[in-house]
Every structure is written in C-alpha cells, then in structure tokens.
Design a protein. Structure first.
Length: 705
C-alpha cells in the first residue's frame, strides 16, 4: 500500500496539464518581478491562470482556436473594466449584463462556457490591478499577454509530449479502479461496522472511476471522430476498454464473511485478502504494469480448504469469490484477448455553433426560460456579482475585488456544490491567513517571497481540481507574496478575511433564493428512471433469449448498451446521496432512506449483471416464463413508482421498505451462486417490495388534486 501511495503521488505530481500551467504562471511573472515590474508580472500570471481555466478543448485545432479567442476576449473584457471601473452605476450594470451573457455561452458549447467563466474572472483580475494613473490599455495588454504565454507553453507541451494528458487520465482511471478492488478486499478481514459500510466504500470508488473513465472516453471518442487516428490513440482506447471489462467483472466480486467464518478460516481469508490486494495494486499501476507481478499470486493455494470440514453456504460463497478473482487474473494475464473497445459516450460535446452572431443570439434566446439549468445559473451569477459590487462600493471595502472573485468561484449550480465550496473556501482562507500571519511575525526576507510564490502556485495548480481548500490556502500565500513584493503585504490580512466572508455568503444566499436544486427532490425522479432502465434491460434480455443463436448479435449489443445505461443510472442515484450529504441541515432519516434506495438499486443491478452473463440459461420455456413474469412485475412497480415519485409521501413510503432491503441483502448472500432462474426469482422478490405496500388514500387525493 505504501509503495502504491508513493507511485500515485509521483504520477500525480507529474501531471502534464498542471505542470504546464504552473510553468506558464511562474515564467511569465518571476522575470518581471526581478526586473522591478511587479504589477505587470502579476497581470501576466493572472492572465495565464484565466487562459488555463478557458482551455478545455480536446482537439488540437479547437485548442488553438479557443486560446486565440480567449486572448481577444480577455483584452476587451479587461479594457471594459478599466474604462468603467470609476463609474459605479455603469460598472454595476455592465458587470451584471456581461456576466449573464458570458455564463449563457455554456448553452452553445461547454468549451465556450469555460471561456465565458474565465472571461468574467479575468475582468475581476483587472479590478485587482486597476490604477487611475496607468494607461488604460496597459493592464489589459498584460493580461492578454499572459494568456498568449500560456498558449505557447501548451503548444510546446503538445509537440514534445503528445497524448501525455490522455495518458495521465488513463493512469487516474486505473488508480480509481484499483481503489474499487481494494474496497472489495477490505471486508475479507475487517468486520464492517454496519450493513452499508462495504457498499459505500465500493460505490464511492466506482463513482470516482466512472468520472475519470467518462472523461477519457469522451476525449478519445472526439479525437477518433475528428480523424486523429494513430497507434497511441488506438492503444489508449484498448487499455480503456480493458478497464471497462475489469470494472464490470469487479461488480461480481462480492463476499462479506461472518465473524464465525473469519474465526474458523483466518488463514484462508488472509490468502484471499492478500491476493485481492495484490490484484488491486497491479491494476493501480496502470495498463502497462509488469505481468510478472500477477504470476506471484498463488491462486492454487486459495482453493486448498481443510479436507476435514463439510462445505457450507459461506464456503461456497468464498469459492465463488475465488473463481471470480481467478477469472479476472486470467483476463489480465491474457489482456490482449480481453481488450474491448470502450462503449460510446452517453453524451457528446455539442458542436460549437456557427460563427454568425445571429446563430449565437438565437441559441441563447431559446434557452432563456426557467427550466434551463444554465439560465438559472447565469441569473444567479449576475445577481451575485452585481449585489456584491454594490455592497463593496456602499461600504467602501478595501480590496473589494476579493468579494467578487470569491463569489464567482464559490457559486455552483446547486446548494450541495455551493455549500461544499463555501466550507472549503473558508477553511482554505483561514489556513492561508494563519500562515501569512506567521510570515509577517517572522519578517520573511524579501528574497524568499518569490520562491514561496512559485511553490504556492505549483501546489495550487496540482490541487485546484481535487482539493479546493488546499488550493485556496495556496492562493492566499501567493497573493500575499505578490502584494509584499509590491510593498502592500501587511495590508491584506483583515481585508482578505472580511471580503472572503462576504464573498462566500452571497452565493449561498442567492442559490437558496433561486432554484436551490435540493438533492432530495431529485432522488424520486432518478429512482424511477433507474427502474425504467432495469425494465428496458429485461425487455432486451427477453428479445435476445427468444431469438435463435445465429441472429443474436444485434440484440447482444443492445443488451450491453442497456446494461451500461443501468450502471450510469445506478451511479447517479448514489451520487445524489453523496450530494445530499454535502447539503446544510440535512435530515438523518432522509439520508438513510436515499442510501436504502441506492443499496436496493445496486442489489438489482448485481442480479441483472449475473443474468446477462447467464442469458443462455433462459432460452427455454421455464426461463421465458420466469422472464415474462419478472418483466410484468417490474412494469407494474415502475408505474407505481412513477406515481409515488410525485408525492411528498415518497420518503415515508420508502422508509417502510428499508427493512425489506436489509433482508434482501442477506438473501442475496445466500443465493449468490444461484442459477439464472434462481436469480430471476430473487429479483422478483426485490421488485415485489416496491408494489406490495398499499398507497395511502392521502397520496391518491393529493395527486388527483
């Protein structure tokens, strides 16, 4: 485990995107600092940061176009700020209108949405550097120059290290997949504290894996579709396909021994745990790991049970776990045969709209309605920044630009994400200010400040995406160093704190006032959508088993696509539970109920995964009869859940289902090695729990009204 952490830390620190952003930031600021042009050095470095945020393209031609567009927009956005900054009324109106329009660019393309966000942030950076004595275009030109400098570094990185960013993402995919295998190994020698502990560990790892997998899958699909076909891309696609296969196989790697079993067979469980951990370590090293490490896993020893004992249920489950482990190891040893092309992404990046201005405006105008998530977020952003500016100007807050910058970075599309940012921003700022206070007390030498500036910037770029609190702490440090080099370092402590407090409160207020997006309201709809996916999977399975083997190819592809969609729905349901945990003032009963829904969904997904693998066993009269009965039951349950998902009584109804889920989990353990018919009957009993409860009269009356 320690070796894995060291390797992961090394690969994490060698991330090409973060390192190029850090190099661009440092090389465009440090020389100017030493030449005595601190203000212009800060301007260039901030322009580099903004361009890094705008750089989200996958294709080379898109990246060149986006960076060129960013340089132009950045210059004029900063020029407008420096021109209107002295006029409070006009500047407030400009900030509100421009913020709304720039955030609305996300409806045209996610790439343009990132460019719009970065342009707003760059306008706030121009406020930081504003001075009445400066020529109006000097700071905008320096900010645009920083963006151009970032583009030059990215061009060099693409030429010298092609596909390195994709390789970094692939390593992250396998690292997250390795964590999932570690989660499956933990219960072999640890007694879980509660019934859901093992599930939560595994589901969290699966959710992280899914995010990394989808990001890389999207990038490769776009490159292949655009004609950027090459041997390295093909190899990356094959390695990603292998990761998809391993993830599907790991879904069947489930065994949680009882305390009595752990006491009776400690040696055997230790071997199983060691083998699973070794497999997890091998996977975490990436697709190019040395196969010799797999040869060291002694599979034969795992099958050596004491001959004096009689086989029982748990030993059969342990043997099934070992067989699945053996299957995965064999697939890795012969990985060339196991590689499959990854599934097509569920959603593709919308193409960039036509260059005609009319097309842009029509697209934005058609999205100007309250059902659009982007529209609501743009309204919140405009109001948040405008109200922040009015408060800053009304109270004469020093360094008020921090309020606007904090608000922009904290504001997210829903309460959970905004609240998480709120907490991270506050914690990071307090930690950074504490370090600043120590530096002021010890009177840090002036020659040390540029080095602290560089170190803090480098850590910032490596942590901004995953550890926001650490990134904010680093921002506080390099902002202090920049101001200190400009002779204003001792002035930032109190203004930074008061502006941060105001800046983190405004987004929370506006996101609660305007369509907060509570996760508990999204769970009923997602649960219903998940059940619909299971219904479609069973229907596809029925069509496949009803066909002769010679013409099943199309149905088999549809079956795999349906299973992939079911996995996405199940992950989304668990992510809603994780999102609800991040919300303020959550209800413990609702928290438990959402988790129960996720556990029940995952239970059905595991059964359906086994059924897909055993599809041939259903190609007979009994199999077709049981399949038809299961499909009829899930259709009836889906209709009931569709009605139930529209009611305030949803959580009370599901809470009464909780005990049935617990019993089903134990039943699943007992029936883990069942045939396809047995799995169908087990699935029927789980589906039955959704529709055996009678719907209260109050519920019927509520929906009738």
């Amino acid at each position: 485990m320690r070796r894995l952490k060291h390797q992961a830390l090394w690969r994490y620190s060698m991330n090409i995107r973060a390192n190029i952003a850090a190099l661009s930031f440092i090389t465009c600021s440090l020389p100017l600092f030493y030449l005595g042009h601190v203000t212009y050095g800060i301007a260039c470095s901030l322009g580099s940061i903004a361009c890094g945020l705008a750089d989200t393209a996958t294709l080379k031609r898109h990246r060149r176009r986006d960076i060129g567009l960013a340089v132009i927009i950045f210059f004029f956005a900063a020029l407008a700020v420096t021109w209107l900054f002295p006029h409070s009324g006009w500047f407030t109106l400009y900030l509100a209108v421009s913020s709304f329009l720039l955030l609305m660019l996300a409806v045209i393309s996610p790439r343009l949405g990132a460019l719009g966000f970065a342009s707003i942030l760059l306008g706030i950076y121009a406020m930081i550097l504003y001075s009445p004595s400066q020529v109006i275009w000097h700071i905008p030109a320096a900010l645009a120059a920083g963006a151009m400098w970032y583009g030059l570094w990215q061009w060099l990185a693409s030429a010298i290290f092609p596909y390195q960013q994709d390789r970094d993402l692939l390593f992250d995919v396998y690292r997250q997949l390795g964590k999932k295998f570690y989660a499956h190994a933990l219960p072999l020698q640890e007694q879980p504290q509660n019934d859901h502990q093992v599930f939560i560990r595994s589901a969290k790892a699966r959710s992280s894996f899914s995010q990394s997998f989808n990001e890389l899958n999207q990038r490769l699909h776009q490159k292949m579709s655009a004609g950027e076909v090459s041997l390295p891309l093909t190899q990356l696609q094959n390695q990603l396909g292998l990761a998809a296969t391993l993830a599907e196989q790991s879904r069947l790697l489930q065994f949680s021994p009882s305390g009595e079993f752990q006491q009776q067979f400690p040696t055997q469980l230790a071997r199983m745990s060691a083998a699973c951990n070794a497999l997890a370590h091998y996977i975490s090293l990436g697709a190019g790991a040395d196969k010799s490490e797999l040869e060291q896993i002694d599979i034969a020893a795992l099958h050596q049970w004491p001959s004096a004992i009689e086989p029982d249920r748990e030993q059969a489950l342990a043997s099934a776990f070992i067989e699945q482990l053996t299957l995965i190891i064999d697939a890795l040893k012969h990985r060339e045969a196991a590689q499959l092309p990854p599934p097509q992404p569920m959603t593709l990046e919308p193409p960039t709209a036509s260059s005609e201005p009319l097309a842009f405006w029509q697209t934005i105008r058609h999205q100007c309605h309250w059902q659009s998530n982007v529209f609501r977020h743009a309204i919140r952003g405009a109001l948040c920044l405008a109200s922040g500016l009015m408060l800053v100007r009304s109270f004469g807050l020093e360094f008020g630009f921090w309020t606007l910058m904090t608000s922009l970075l904290v504001l997210k599309p829903n309460v959970a994400m905004t609240w998480r940012r709120f907490v991270d921003r506050l914690a990071g700022t307090l930690a950074g200010l504490l370090l600043v206070a120590f530096m002021l007390k010890w009177q840090t030498p002036i020659w040390v400040l540029p080095w602290i500036f560089c170190l803090a910037a480098t850590v910032f770029f490596h942590t901004s995406a995953r550890h926001y609190a650490i990134a904010v702490c680093c921002v506080t440090l390099f902002v202090f160093c920049g101001f200190s080099l400009n002779g204003e370092g001792n002035m930032i402590l109190l203004p930074r704190l008061e502006n941060t407090l105001l800046g983190i409160l405004l987004p929370v207020v506006w996101v609660i006032l305007i369509s907060p997006g509570w996760h508990k309201k999204s769970v009923p709809k997602q649960l219903h959508q998940t059940l619909v996916g299971y219904q479609q999977l069973l229907a596809t399975l029925q069509r496949l088993t009803d066909q002769p083997p010679s013409i099943r190819e199309d149905s088999a592809r549809q079956l795999q696509a349906s299973l992939a969609l079911c996995v996405v729905n199940d992950i989304n349901l668990f992510d809603l539970w994780q999102g609800y945990l991040a919300e303020p003032r959550r209800n413990s009963q609702i928290t438990e109920t959402i988790l129960v829904c996720s556990v029940s969904s995952n239970l059905m997904l595991r059964m359906l995964t086994r059924l897909v693998a055993k599809a041939d066993e259903l190609a007979n009269a009994e199999g077709q009869r049981e399949l038809q009965l299961t499909l009829a039951m899930i259709t009836k349950a889906e209709k009931r859940l569709a009605l139930l998902s529209q009611s305030r009584l949803f959580y009370g109804y599901i809470a009464r289902h909780q005990q049935q889920v617990q019993s089903q989990l134990h039943l699943m353990q007992k029936q883990q090695d069942q045939s396809a018919i047995g799995l169908l009957r087990l699935l029927q009993s789980e589906i039955l729990s959704f529709r055996t409860r009678s719907i209260p009269k109050s519920f019927t009356c509520l929906n009738t009204k």
